[in-house]
Design a protein around this ligand. Sequence first.
Ligand SMILES: [Zn+2]
Length: 280
Amino acid sequence: MPEGDTIFRAAQSMHRVLAGHAVTKFETGYAHLDRVDVDTPIAGRTIEKVVSAGKHHLIHFSGDLILRTHMRMNGSWHLYRHGERWWRGPQAMRVRLDTADWVAVAFNVPVAEFVTPRQLETRDPVAQLGPDLLGETFDRDEAIRRIAASGPRAIAMTLLDQRILAGIGNVYKSEVLFMSGVHPETPSSAVPHVTLERMIDIARGVLQDNVVEGSSPRIQTYRNLRQLNRASEHDDSLWVYGRRGKPCRKCGTPIEMKKMGIDARSTYWCTACQRLSLLK
Ligand SMILES: [Zn+2]
């Protein structure tokens, strides 16, 4: 599942080349989008902006219409020049949007719908999002309040809940908990306030680090100081994620892995660096 920074980066790239330009062609594999296009054509509208909200990707068109997509596990947006070869076949195309210079293609996005700005603010899932770690404004106190109000639920599950805090996916979940020294199964309400403050600052920091212009799309939270170049292996760029059985980078204890929650998402941690706290 893409993390918040991946969606942010995709929206940023699309905004840079598409904003202010008119749509010259719109195609979709989804009947419910096609119906809107037939009734109120998308071609001819101007793309006003492309932004992200948590893991939702939003394309704002002139005439008060927004295309909201959500990538879930396998969806992605790609930008091409006209005539350029696509990385996937047309059968994976769900939405295609042309301007004079660019072709934007959404592959395998499972969620795509047109909404009005008003719907986005009221009944849409975007309206239900918690404070957005990559948002222009971010309310840390509100995020802490929501986490603490999650009661006995394991902190690892709470961090993935986009209604509590928007932007953390499965990789960052394990990384942020390790960097904060918090055991993933600690009840949400048992994490001390000062630790939550630090955890959220760490989460914002790593997400922001990973959306720096021109940085690689690979997530990096760990940097080996002896390496002059960017870590060449995925494994070298993270503290714990994907490192089951390998020695902890701080203390050498083998990294643990467990599948948690109804979606059985893999959680990685170090038993020595992240002690379970059951205190309220
Ligand atoms: Zn350790």
